[in-house]
Design a protein around this ligand. Structure first.
Ligand code: HMG
Ligand code: MG
Length: 288
């Protein structure tokens, strides 16, 4: 039987959070709807964060209300705190994600608190989600490099991963936020994290700034990971990570997976159409 590789589409969130221009709510909804027709089973739609911090996603409630939900697709959103979780749950999110970091400076810049404080904020989110039976994903940013501190030690990532796993997240997504990490660094980081969390509980989230995304996926596949985040059209970046560019493009990952003999269940033609739409949004096509 062909082995499956699961792709977690993050373009509508990771991609659109980083656009300088304001993208229309209707266009965001249209993008999610196109992605829902590709065979993807996990789509990260938006973030319930402070609109002062990320104005691009200030329409999270409207986007969630406007999308057409396809059967079998799980719609996920980012929730930094209990307030975000409550809004996300009211909006019908199937899954939520907390997001922390392996570097203190990035934690401060991105969510305005230390790593230790971030776990205090995550606890009520995890408790409420458990009561509502909503699975929680946990992101760890800067798993190899931090924009402010440089190289990040594998043990620092493993420590945060162990704490998140013990706190009860369903899956940890390892964020190579900058797209600078080479295969050797990713491999060393994975070796440390795998001592704390089983491969089945991990996902890879590789930004592709340096063009290393697929090489890093290959390293992670060799280490047993089978879930990878990607963004249609190669959208992506983080407003609080200077120098971070797009995520690994979903189109490239689907093609690579097929070449390696993995099944993704994603229709490349429908995906390319969504990718073309996403790129027009990025480029600011006023005729859309
Ligand atoms: P804070 O200033 O410490 O918190 O921000 P606060 O509680 O003092 O609130 C500040 C303001 O935000 C207040 O409004 C709150 O009401 C409001 P004001 O009185 O100033 O008008 N607020 C909220 N509004 C809506 N929804 C909420 C919410 N919470 C507070 N949930 C906070 C702390 C976490 C809120 C802020 O730092 C924040 O929103 N950060 C989000 C940053 C972000 O979204 N970054 C990008 C996503 S992470 C990423 O891209 C990396 C990833 O892709 C993986 C990788 O690549 O590495 C996941
Ligand atoms: Mg990211």
């Amino acid at each position: 039987m062909t082995e499956r590789l699961t792709i977690f589409e993050v373009g509508p969130r990771d991609g659109l959070q980083n656009e300088a221009r304001q993208i229309r709510t209707a266009d965001k909804i249209a993008l999610v709807n196109m992605l829902s027709d590709t065979g993807l089973t996990k789509i990260e739609v938006t973030s319930f964060v402070s609109p002062r911090w990320v104005p691009q996603l200030g329409d999270a409630t409207e986007v969630m209300a406007g999308i057409t939900r396809a059967p079998g697709v799980r719609y996920s959103v980012l929730t930094p705190n209990l307030r975000g979780y409550q809004a996300a749950h009211s909006a019908g999110a199937d899954m939520v994600a907390i997001f922390g970091a392996a570097s203190e400076s990035f934690s401060q810049k991105n969510i305005n608190c230390s790593i230790a404080e971030s776990f205090e904020r995550f606890a009520p989110v995890l408790e409420a989600a458990r009561a509502d039976d909503v699975p929680v994903r946990g992101y760890i940013s800067c798993v190899t490099d931090c924009p402010f501190e440089g190289a990040v030690a594998p043990d620092a990532v493993a420590d945060v991963a162990a704490r998140m796993w013990a706190a009860g997240v369903a899956q940890i997504s390892l964020g190579e936020t900058l797209g600078r990490g080479r295969a050797e660094a990713v491999d060393a980081m994975l070796a440390a994290v795998l001592a704390e969390v089983p491969a089945a509980g991990l996902a890879g989230h590789f930004h592709d700034t340096g063009g290393y995304g697929l090489a890093n996926v290959a390293v992670a596949v060799a280490r047993g990971l089978r879930v990878f985040d990607a963004a249609v059209g190669g959208l992506g970046g983080c407003p609080y990570a200077p120098g971070a560019a797009g995520n690994l493009a979903t189109e490239a990952l689907v093609e690579w997976a097929a070449e390696q003999g993995f099944k993704t269940g994603i229709d490349p033609v429908a995906l390319r159409a969504a990718g073309a739409f996403a790129r027009r949004l990025k480029e600011g096509d006023d005729d859309l």
